[in-house]
Every structure is written in structure tokens, then in C-alpha cells.
Design a protein around this ligand. Structure first.
Ligand code: SF4
Length: 342
């Protein structure tokens, strides 16, 4: 039984089960989540007998990266080998005073977006809350000099809302200000291909995290070609669900739009996107496609990307062009893929 991934109140319950007070559970949560200490022997304010009883029943396991690859742009790709031999990756991306971690939620992915290398792997399995949270704890351990990850994006391998229970458990621990990791929900972004029931459910959790939609096309015709998930929920249905997602004042929904030469990058595509997002508190991130071997797509010329952006800006939609980090180390958006274990 790995205590990483337990909610603080579950740690309190465990302490009671072991004949100790709930306070001991709170101490455990503080050591693991707030102090990043994973060795029971170091938890000096826990009585020895409580530690001994814990040691008989539990472990506190945070995955060690098997490999850390540094990119020329400063980002680092962490590859973890999990207990069953599966491999997943996270990407650490520094940017001024920010240090963003992109985490995975599944081994592989079953959604088969045609521009995404992870989609080629197919879905192997969901990650547990321990394995998702473990990526954050491991990344924080890797940081030097008291620095820690400042922002977390659920945009790595897998579809977060397809692993809903583990996602929400992880978010609750990350955002618990007293006994969890204490991240502001505004520094956490959950990205989805657009699982409408999942978006509605997440909105009801009152977690207040940012929502990002992998949109990539504004018409059903193009989007269904690129993303089979669009056959389940049309673009209109998706945007209608997004309109209902609760937002704090000044909070916006992010729309990710990978730019593919000759597919979704025309001025007419941009105008369609403007019409679709009318009245939505949106921020659009245009992501020039990151090439990979065997991909049928290409990145559009820069002028075409900028022309697309200016149509959105003219319509007063905040739009940035996001050059992916870690392209040289296979860590850029849509490039995460690790060998499937033998
Ligand atoms: S873009 Fe996301 S949802 Fe689509 S295949 Fe890749 S990892 Fe899966």
C-alpha cells in the first residue's frame, strides 16, 4: 500500500485504523506532501511505535526518473519506469520565474488524434493517483535550491478525463492548502480532447482549475478527420459544455489549436473559429505542428500562422503562438512516446 496518492483525510483514517489519533495522519500528510519527505525514519515527530506499525503495512514510494534528458531550450524530459515496466514521461519547462511540469495521466492514449505520436501507441492503462502525483513529487525532488514546480499542466500522455477518479484525487491533493501540496488551482490546467460528460462533471467538483480544450479545428468535418472523438460530441456540443464550465472572474478557457499545413490553417478556418468562440471567455494557443517520423502532416509557413493569429486578434480573442519546448528531445506537444515494454 503506497501512501502517495492518499488524501489527507484518508491518512487520518489510516492512523485511526492503526490505533493512533487523527493528528498522526495529519502529521504524515505534512511530511509527505508539504515537506517532501518519504522516509518513515525521518518523520521525527511521529512516535516510534506508530512508525513501526506503519512500516509493517505501507510504503511511501515516489518514482525515480529512469532517464532525464535536457533540451537546448532548458526543458527536461523525465522518463519514469513504473512497477509493471511501463514507461511514462513528464516534461519540466522553465520560463522566467515559472517552472511548469507537464504530467501524464495514462500509459499511451486511446483517442488516436492523427497528429499525435502518443495516440499511435494506443492505450495501455490508466495511471493511479500515486503515479500521477508521483511525477510532481519526483520533479520537485529534482529541483535545486528550494525551487519547486510552480505550474502543472495535465497535457502529457493520455486523456486526463478518461482517468477521472485518479485525476480528481490528484487535483484534491495538489490543491489542498493545509495538508496537501498547496498549489493554487489557477496554476493547474487540465487539458481534454473534449469529453463532454467529463467536462460537466469536473465543473461540478468545485476545484476551480483551468480547463484547456484540444480543439484543433472549428468545423466538424475537419475535426472528425483529425480527432475521432469528435464523432461522439460535435464542436458545437463541446463549446456549449465549455460555456457552462464555472470560471472565476478573469479566468478563461484555453483552446489548443495545432497548426497543420493546408488542413486547418486557412483564413476561413480562422474566421470559423472566431464565430465558434463568440461570447466564450477564451484564450487560444496556436501550436505549430511538431514533426515526427511517419507523420502525414507538416507545419505551415510562419506567415500563414501569423495571418491566422491576426484574424483572431482582430476579433479580440487573446491568441498566442506557442512554440513547443523540448522538440529536440521528443518532449514537445504530441511527441511523447516511450517504448512499450517487452
Ligand atoms: S492529443 Fe492527447 S488525446 Fe489525442 S491522442 Fe494525443 S495524448 Fe491522446
Amino acid at each position: 500500500m503506497n501512501l502517495v496518492g492518499f488524501l489527507p483525510n484518508e491518512l487520518e483514517d489510516l492512523a485511526v485504523e492503526l490505533g493512533a489519533s487523527r493528528y498522526r495522519g495529519r502529521q504524515l500528510a505534512t511530511w509527505i506532501y508539504r515537506k517532501g519527505v518519504f522516509d518513515l525514519d525521518t518523520m521525527s515527530d511521529l512516535p516510534k511505535d506508530v512508525r513501526a506499525r506503519l512500516a509493517e503495512r505501507v510504503t511511501i514510494h515516489v518514482p525515480e526518473p529512469e532517464r532525464v534528458t535536457a533540451s537546448q531550450d532548458g526543458s527536461r524530459k523525465l522518463v519514469f519506469r513504473l512497477g509493471d515496466g511501463s514507461r511514462i514521461s513528464s516534461v519540466l519547462m522553465p520560463d522566467d520565474d515559472r517552472l511548469t511540469l507537464c504530467v501524464s495521466t495514462q500509459v499511451g492514449c486511446g483517442f488516436e488524434c492523427r497528429f499525435c505520436l502518443t495516440g499511435v501507441m494506443g492505450l495501455e492503462r490508466n495511471l493511479t493517483a500515486a503515479e500521477i502525483l508521483g511525477q510532481v513529487l519526483a520533479a520537485n525532488r529534482l529541483c535545486d535550491g528550494g525551487q519547486r514546480v510552480t505550474h502543472i499542466v495535465f497535457m502529457g500522455m493520455g486523456e486526463p478525463l478518461a482517468n477521472y477518479a485518479a485525476l480528481v484525487q490528484t487535483l484534491r491533493i495538489l490543491t489542498d492548502a493545509k495538508l496537501g501540496l498547496g498549489y493554487s488551482p489557477r496554476r493547474i490546467t487540465v487539458s481534454t480532447v473534449g469529453l463532454v460528460p467529463g467536462i460537466e462533471k469536473l465543473g461540478r467538483e468545485n476545484l476551480k482549475v483551468n480547463l484547456a480544450i484540444s480543439l484543433h479545428a472549428a468545423s466538424d468535418e475537419v475535426r472528425s478527420q483529425l480527432m475521432p472523438v469528435n464523432r461522439s460530441w460535435s464542436v458545437e456540443t463541446l463549446v456549449a459544455a465549455v460555456r457552462k464550465y464555472p470560471l472565476a472572474p478573469r479566468q478563461r478557457v484555453f483552446f489548443e489549436y495545432v497548426m497543420l499545413d493546408g488542413i486547418n490553417d486557412s483564413p476561413e478556418d480562422a474566421r470559423r473559429l472566431v464565430r465558434l468562440l463568440r461570447g466564450v471567455r477564451a484564450k487560444v494557443n496556436l501550436i505549430p505542428f511538431n514533426d515526427w517520423d511517419g507523420s502525414p502532416f507538416r507545419r505551415p509557413p510562419l506567415a500563414r500562422i501569423l495571418a491566422f493569429q491576426s484574424i483572431l486578434l482582430d476579433a479580440e480573442i487573446t491568441t498566442t503562438v506557442r512554440w513547443s519546448k523540448g522538440e529536440d528531445i521528443g518532449a514537445a506537444c504530441g511527441q511523447l512516446r516511450e517504448p512499450i515494454p517487452a
